[in-house]
Design a protein around this ligand. Structure first.
Ligand SMILES: Nc1ncnc2c1ncn2[C@@H]1O[C@H](COP(=O)(O)OP(=O)(O)OP(=O)(O)O)[C@@H](O)[C@H]1O
Length: 359
């Protein structure tokens, strides 16, 4: 059994099913993220692990102990779980120090002092411990909420959209910082977010959730390079979709050429497949006689340019080029597949992946 084990959880609100037999697990010290669009059931799943909501079926175990099993469960207080809420939920009438100390029960004064001083130091809050929440910036409040959740040494930390109240720049720096702090304390954590960048910056494992199901539970690299279905491929990062033919010998033939791929499913005859290609997997050759893809649009993105090409068939392909590369809109270029970043699918929904290319 893994450290946090969520198995076959189902949950309905009236006639609406928000969890269809959901399962995933985390090892001790791992950080997980539930990533998905609004309303897919992420928060409800987190609340069922925290003990604020009861599942209809399935089980949840933490550190070998059942939190929920056979229709019964521990109360939220007995689960030894720390929570960081979207709005931080700090106590306005308590100072930073008092907020952090709040959940530390049955602990000596000396230990409380030592733990809080360590937390103030690692969260960069030393010096503001006497202030009240309204005297802090959003980023500082977020760190107090984190310190308060960690102080009682929970078995697991749950975070519901922990960065959603912060501006974009702060989110990025803080998510890396929060990951460091959680790792330093060796805490197993699970966060909920609809932001892919936050999930990538924070988590060791991510579950892509849609309509009450986890479509893929994997590492960030696994999700990006080996999406199990087209819904995941589209949700994680950018890409283009063209059609191709996959031969039984493992050759993919598409408008960008013919090349070998690793097949996941074997079908005795050639089959039509949907070819999903990440922008950075496209190699752009300068204008030449064989050039057939017309550059429709090129957009400056800082470290690179995002380009949109039209193939002779009319299909559109997104590619990434270096900023210094002088590409002219309206001109023709040669496109080929340069490296990993190609996945093949038999259908356009949640059907299984048919193959991939890792050159
Ligand atoms: N207590 C409740 N009673 C009835 N329906 C609920 C309740 N809580 C959530 N829902 C519904 O369940 C579905 C899933 O909600 P949930 O909050 O889990 O989604 P989410 O993925 O976390 O969304 P968001 O990112 O917007 O918070 C939504 O359709 C929501 O309206």
């Amino acid at each position: 059994m893994m450290y946090l084990d969520v198995e076959a959880i189902t949950k309905h609100f009236g006639d609406t099913c928000v969890a269809h037999g959901v399962g995933f697990s985390l090892e001790q010290g791992e950080i997980g993220a539930l990533l998905g669009p609004s309303g897919c059931g992420k928060t409800t799943l987190l609340r069922m692990i925290a003990g604020f909501e009861e599942p209809d079926g399935g089980s949840i175990h933490l550190h070998g102990n059942p939190l929920w099993k056979g229709g019964r469960g521990l109360s939220a207080e007995d689960r030894k779980i720390g929570m960081v809420f979207q709005d931080y939920a700090l106590f306005p009438h308590l100072t930073v120090w008092e907020n952090i100390a709040f959940g530390m029960k049955n602990v000596s004064r000396a230990e409380i002092k030592e733990t809080i001083e360590e937390l103030l130091a690692v969260t960069g809050l030393a010096g503001v411990e006497k202030r009240y929440p309204h005297e802090l910036s959003g980023g500082q409040q977020q760190r107090v909420a984190l310190a308060r959740a960690i102080a009682p040494k929970p078995r697991c930390l749950l975070m519901d959209e922990p960065f959603s109240n912060l501006d974009v720049t702060l989110r990025e720096s803080l998510s890396a910082e929060v990951r460091e702090i959680i790792k330093r304390f060796g805490i197993t954590a699970l966060m909920v977010t609809h932001n892919q960048h936050e999930a990538f910056a924070m988590a060791d494992r991510i579950g892509v959730m849609m309509a009450g199901r986890i479509l893929q539970w994997d590492t960030p690299e696994g999700l990006y390079h080996h999406p199990e279905n087209l819904s995941v491929a589209r949700f994680i990062g950018e890409g283009s979709l063209i059609t191709g033919t996959l031969s039984p010998d493992g050759t993919l033939d598409c408008e960008l050429g013919a090349f070998p791929v690793e097949m996941k499913t074997v079908n005795g005859t050639a089959e039509k497949v949907h070819v999903f290609i990440r922008p950075e997997a496209i190699r752009i050759a300068p204008s030449c006689e064989e050039a057939t893809a017309r550059l429709e649009k090129s957009c400056f993105r800082g470290p690179g340019r995002s380009c949109l090409f039209q193939l002779p068939s009319g299909e559109l392909i997104k590619a990434a080029s270096e900023t210094r590369c002088c590409l002219r809109e309206g001109e023709a270029y040669g496109l080929s597949v340069a490296r990993e970043g190609v996945s093949l699918f038999q259908d356009q929904g949640e059907g299984r992946c048919a193959g991939s290319c890792d050159r």
